[in-house]
Design a binder for this molecule. Structure first.
Ligand code: PLP
Length: 419
């Protein structure tokens, strides 16, 4: 075997990318706890995955599409790069037109997930582009830019070429405009992990900022289906001028339980242009199409049929029922924790509750307390970034029974003193 200088060399940016310590650390701590407490019934309020099964309308559509694939008259091979028209037309009607937004089918690109879309989209930007993210943050935005070589070096837990926009209770979780002008701004609303939202005025502020500064907003709206407050926009394209400065990522994962089935889409308006680096401009819609043609062969036909079924009358009703169930969990959790004197943010327009730890405890200390005293698992906020320290994230994706049981255990814990 060749050694030393004659070996191929790893992309150095890949080495900068640490293992995902957060979830690995959680897993390790939970495994240790299980070893020493084999009879404990652990309940996880940390999971970011749905637990309810796919709704009947989706299952019916899947069966039908599977049968079509076994029939020579209806079999489908490679599909269109941007997705089938039957799905793009429904997305246009229900997700945009219904909210007064004019998006054309060829501005919609169907994919196998928002994670890959948000991770891949940065490829279209120059390598020296400056990236801004909110803090705490969904780690994919940062890690994909680390891989691309845009993040610089890690100093005191933060990358020195990334602009961090702290979102904490002191600013009502609304990020301030940065001092340093970013080329790309990742915004995620409703937010993971804080569960907070941006109202119409605040989001318009960001659109105006991006227009002034020539930045592009990468708007992740994976939790749009959880919005209840009428002042919260469902799409960034509801805001004036947004089509010139924003891309929007959506997913069927949390909307319709597709985390294991995989379907999402990104909207890239034709009005969105960036510099070609030579005094002219390029059209990002065309560039993303070209990128997808190069590296992606499309979301499976049967999955796109399943996604389309979520827009049927029965599909909409069934999917909304499931979301209502998760929202009920969120309401019960938030109410119970507030009654115990805890400060709870989010949870109204998102499946996530962002809870301030009692008595100024560190995130991981509160995690340990909940695990060891109550056999409950949460996600330490510090794992999502510096500004997440002193918070934990709880999710409402558990079953109603587990949620009730978790609440009762937290009540018992509080009664024993600690907070
Ligand atoms: N964006 C955010 C903010 C998320 O929290 C998640 C999943 O947890 C995703 C995207 C990924 O969605 P998908 O399952 O479509 O890849």
């Amino acid at each position: 075997m060749a050694t030393g200088e004659r070996m191929a060399t790893i992309n150095q940016n890949f080495l900068k990318l640490e293992a995902n310590y957060l979830f690995a650390d959680i897993e390790r701590k939970v495994a240790n706890f299980k070893d020493s407490n084999p009879d404990a019934r652990i309940i996880s309020l940390g999971i970011g995955d749905v637990t309810r099964p796919l709704v009947p309308a989706v299952i019916d559509a899947l069966h039908k599409a599977v049968d079509e694939m076994g029939d020579a008259a209806h079999f489908r091979g490679y599909g269109p790069y941007g997705g089938y028209d039957f799905l793009r037309d429904l997305i246009m009607e229900y997700d945009y037109k219904a909210h007064g937004v004019d998006i054309k089918p060829d501005e919609i690109f169907v994919s196998d997930g928002a994670k890959s879309d948000v991770g891949n989209f940065q490829e279209l930007f120059a390598q020296d582009s400056v990236v801004a993210v909110t803090d705490p943050v969904y780690p994919v935005y940062v890690d994909s830019n680390v891989l691309a070589g845009r993040a610089g070096e890690k100093v005191d837990g933060q990358w020195n070429r990334i602009v961090y926009l702290p979102c904490v209770s002191e600013n009502d979780f609304v990020p301030d405009f940065p001092k340093k002008r970013p080329d790309m701004i990742y915004l995620c609303y409703p937010n993971n992990p804080t569960g907070t939202v941006l109202g119409r005025k605040a989001l318009q502020g960001w659109v105006d900022y991006a227009r002034r500064e020539g930045s592009v907003i990468l708007y992740d709206s994976a939790y749009e289906a959880y919005i209840r407050d009428p002042d919260v926009p469902h799409s960034i394209f509801e805001l004036e001028g947004a089509k010139e400065v924003a891309v929007e990522f959506r997913s069927f994962s949390k909307t319709a339980g597709f985390t294991g089935l995989r379907c999402a889409y990104v909207v890239v308006p034709k009005d969105l242009k960036i510099s070609d680096g030579h005094g002219g401009s390029v059209d990002l819609n065309h560039c993303w199409y070209r990128r997808q043609c190069t590296k992606y062969n499309g979301c499976p036909y049967i999955v796109q049929r399943a996604a389309a079924a979520t827009y049927s009358e029965s599909g909409q009703r069934q999917v909304r029922d499931v979301i209502r169930g998760y929202q009920k969990n969120a309401d019960l959790l938030a109410d119970a924790l507030r009654k115990l004197g805890l400060k709870v943010y989010g949870g109204v327009n998102a499946p996530y509750l962002w809870v301030k730890t009692p008595s100024g405890m560190k995130s991981w200390d509160f995690f340990d307390l909940l695990l060891h005293k109550s056999a409950l698992v949460c996600t330490p906020g510090a794992g999502f970034g510096k500004s997440g320290e002193g918070y934990v994230r709880l999710t409402s994706f558990g079953s109603p029974d587990d949620t009730e049981e978790a609440i009762s255990r937290i009540r018992d814990l509080a009664a024993q003193s600690t907070f």
